[in-house]
Design a protein around this ligand. Structure first.
Ligand code: FAD
Length: 319
């Protein structure tokens, strides 16, 4: 069986989960086995059944309130117990924040080989070889998993969501809800916008915006588009924006459908986090800015003139 961890936040299944389910169910078909999901914490039954739309036949649900809040240790112990009891041979996560926290712990717990940042289905013609991003997605590696139980953490937006129109059977399970001595705890929760790793539209600002007092430009455009906001590293380092918005080699790696970069030079360390975006639009007053080389569309102009016009145009388009 291929087991997919279906991640929830505040009772809502995360979008990255739909992709992990699509990936896991395609993998199960490839291996000639079933795809099933495990969900921890309160989620309504209709949402659980709807996971069948992404290819899983069965959803195992533990509604214990102790799982409502994500905790890597608690989740690891519960998923390890379930995977062992269910005889899962491959366990799939999204390589999002929670997946990145649980998958390595589970790998140690189950002594299972792990590939994180996977970008394609494994080649099972000769062993079990998974393609993954390396060097900030500048290259890829093929990694062979040799253990009996295998864990894959899928790079967000690498595989896509594939709806099948199915519904899943839901089974209640009771798993250990105590992760032992808690060593790590969340101190701040970011709310309000779509998490950057899952965002389809991102508007990002750099030092070209001169100061935090000008961020209304970025926010207005993002709001008009329904996009999340991001920034370059110096912007976060200068505390113009919170660090969770910083993208790049040392920040978040994102892969939205559209990335709009305003007043960002396009340094290689910035590109490392955004070069998997499907379409890149660059707004910069310097025609020689390196970002234009990576852009699908470029606007050479002063952000303070261009962006308000763009925002108005988007608002008009949306009616
Ligand atoms: P700048 O380089 O100062 O560029 C500002 C741009 O704005 C310029 O191109 C300018 O032409 C343009 N501009 C100015 N005024 C206007 C205007 N009115 N209208 C339009 N355009 C205007 N950086 C990251 O972003 N993410 C990382 O993860 C990261 N990791 C790093 C890791 C290491 C080890 C190192 C050494 C560096 C890292 N950096 C990272 C920093 C990176 O090298 C660059 O310094 C940084 O990305 C530059 O940020 P910026 O483009 O916002 O600022």
């Amino acid at each position: 069986m291929v087991l997919i961890f279906a991640d929830q936040a505040d009772g809502q299944i995360k979008k990255s989960t739909f992709e992990a389910l699509s990936y896991g169910s395609k993998l199960a078909a490839q291996l000639g086995t079933t795809a099933e999901a495990v969900v921890l914490g309160a989620v309504d039954n209709a949402s659980l059944e709807a996971l069948g739309n992404y290819g899983v036949s069965k959803v195992h649900h533990d509604a214990n309130a102790a799982f409502n809040q994500f905790d890597a240790q608690v989740y690891t112990k519960a998923i390890a117990a379930f995977a062992t009891q269910a005889g899962a041979k491959v366990i799939v996560f999204s390589s999002n924040t929670s997946g990145k926290a649980v998958a390595p712990r589970l790998s140690a717990n189950l002594k299972a080989g792990l590939v994180s940042g996977a970008i394609a289905l494994p080649d099972t013609s000769n062993g079990f070889v998974v393609k993954k991003n390396v060097f900030s997605a500048k290259a890829y590696a093929n990694v062979q998993l040799l253990t009996d139980v295998k864990i894959i953490a899928l790079s967000p937006n690498a595989f896509g969501i594939h709806a099948t129109g199915g519904t899943a059977a839901v089974a209640a399970v009771s798993l250990p809800a105590d992760g032992g001595k808690i060593k790590v705890t969340a101190v701040e929760k970011v709310t309000g916008t779509v998490p950057l790793g899952e965002a389809e539209l991102v508007v990002s600002g750099g030092r070209g915006l001169k100061g935090p007092e000008n961020w209304g430009l970025v926010e207005d455009l993002a709001k008009a588009m329904g996009a999340s906001t991001a920034c370059s590293r110096p912007v976060a380092d200068a505390h113009w924006r919170p660090h969770h918005e910083h993208v790049g080699q040392t920040g978040g790696a994102i892969a939205p459908n559209l990335y709009v970069a305003i007043g960002i030079s396009g340094a290689i360390q910035h590109l490392a986090g955004v070069n998997r975006s499907k379409t890149i639009v660059v707004i910069n007053k310097d025609p020689e800015a390196p970002f234009f080389k990576a852009a699908d569309y470029g606007i050479v102009g002063d952000a303070f003139e261009v962006v308000p016009k763009l925002t108005e145009a988007v608002k008009k388009l949306k009616g």
